[in-house]
Design a protein around this ligand. Structure first.
Ligand SMILES: NC(=O)C1=CN([C@@H]2O[C@H](COP(=O)(O)OP(=O)(O)OC[C@H]3O[C@@H](n4cnc5c(N)ncnc54)[C@H](OP(=O)(O)O)[C@@H]3O)[C@@H](O)[C@H]2O)C=CC1
Ligand SMILES: O=C(O)C(=O)[C@@H](O)[C@H](O)C(=O)CO
Length: 282
């Protein structure tokens, strides 16, 4: 059942396929399966309605249990999972999708992403064609990619005649991805920020304390608010109940243009915390 944006308490972004996604969601990388059930249960209690998991996180089952036990109507939830690298290819994608859905306990998925472009495998075009079949069959609402670069996006769009709805990329104040975001905007691709807090590594930067103090919020809230004002979809992760709650509370203040520029200025050429998409092979 398609996500109904009118049920969302956070702003939504309309994708190029007409579906909407909540701008703030909850990520569960590095959370063990039983911990994921607890963390997602807590997140849903706080008000998050968008959850980001992946086959490779090995917590689709725990995530699915939390969803099932929440009692929240399916059309109030936006669930994302991702196809792992060694499942790329047309038939293997269809098989992997069924297995993810079985673990999640879902009939319908809101967003399916190709996790990494995997240039050495060179299977992302066939993989996306399988995604198109899943969408045509009504199993998935939106189809997109993750960790794709401009040249790979261009090749994909040219080959499949469809523009992915989303590219989920590493994006935080030390890696602001200005060029890739501009390309997304020019093509109608939504930008989703992974590791929006730099996996916690950017929080101690002295730039955030004065901004946080001025607004009576935390550095994490400042960073998440920066993402929201840039127009990013953002999916912070935490297993700590107070942080899960405070990360969701970012709609009661606004950063000035000057504060946004101060944060943009933290961008560094070697700001990645994760792999380089052009080199990552697994
Ligand atoms: N497509 C891809 O390739 C990738 C996708 N992702 C997605 O993005 C999500 C988020 O990225 P992730 O790398 O997990 O990291 P985040 O940038 O969301 O940071 C999470 C870390 O910051 C800590 N933290 C969270 N909130 C606060 C806070 N308010 N104050 C202080 N510390 C805080 C967490 O600790 P604690 O949990 O202990 O509270 C954790 O250590 C992932 O969970 C996943 O869904 C991530 C990586 C790659
Ligand atoms: O978290 C993700 O979504 C990832 O893809 C990463 O874990 C990635 O697999 C990685 O960091 C490999 O070193």
């Amino acid at each position: 059942m398609t996500f109904s944006p009118e049920t969302s308490t956070v702003p939504t972004i309309v994708l190029n396929d007409g579906h909407a996604i909540p701008q703030l969601g909850f990520g569960v990388w590095q959370v063990p399966d039983d911990g994921a059930q607890a963390a997602v249960t807590e997140a849903l209690k706080v008000g998050y309605r968008s959850i980001d998991t992946a086959k490779v996180y090995e917590n689709e089952a725990g995530t699915g249990k939390a969803i099932a036990e929440s009692g929240i109507a399916r059309d109030e939830l936006f669930i994302t999972t991702k196809l792992w690298n060694d499942d790329q290819g047309y038939d293997s994608t269809l098989t992997a999708f069924d297995a993810s859905m079985e673990r999640l306990g879902l009939e319908y998925l809101d967003l399916y992403l190709i996790h990494w472009q995997q240039l050495d495998r060179d299977k992302y075009i066939d993989t996306f064609k399988a995604f198109q079949k899943l969408k045509a069959d009504g199993r998935v609402g939106s189809i997109g990619v993750s960790n794709f670069t401009v040249p790979t996006l261009e090749k994909l769009i040219d080959a499949v005649g469809e523009t992915p709805a989303i590219n989920q990329i590493e994006l935080h104040p030390r890696l602001i991805q200005e060029e890739l975001r501009a390309f997304h905007t020019s093509q109608g691709i939504a930008t989703e920020a992974w590791s929006p807090l730099g996996s916690g590594t950017v929080l101690d930067d002295p730039a955030f304390a004065p901004i946080a103090e001025a607004h009576g919020v935390t550095p994490a809230q400042v960073i998440l608010r920066w993402h929201i004002q840039l127009g990013n979809v953002v999916i912070p992760k935490s297993v700590t109940p107070e942080r899960i709650a405070s990360n969701f509370d970012v709609f009661g203040f606004e950063l000035s243009n000057d504060e946004i520029q101060q944060i943009n200025a933290l961008d560094t050429p070697d700001g990645r915390t994760g792999p380089d998409p052009d080199k990552f092979s697994s």
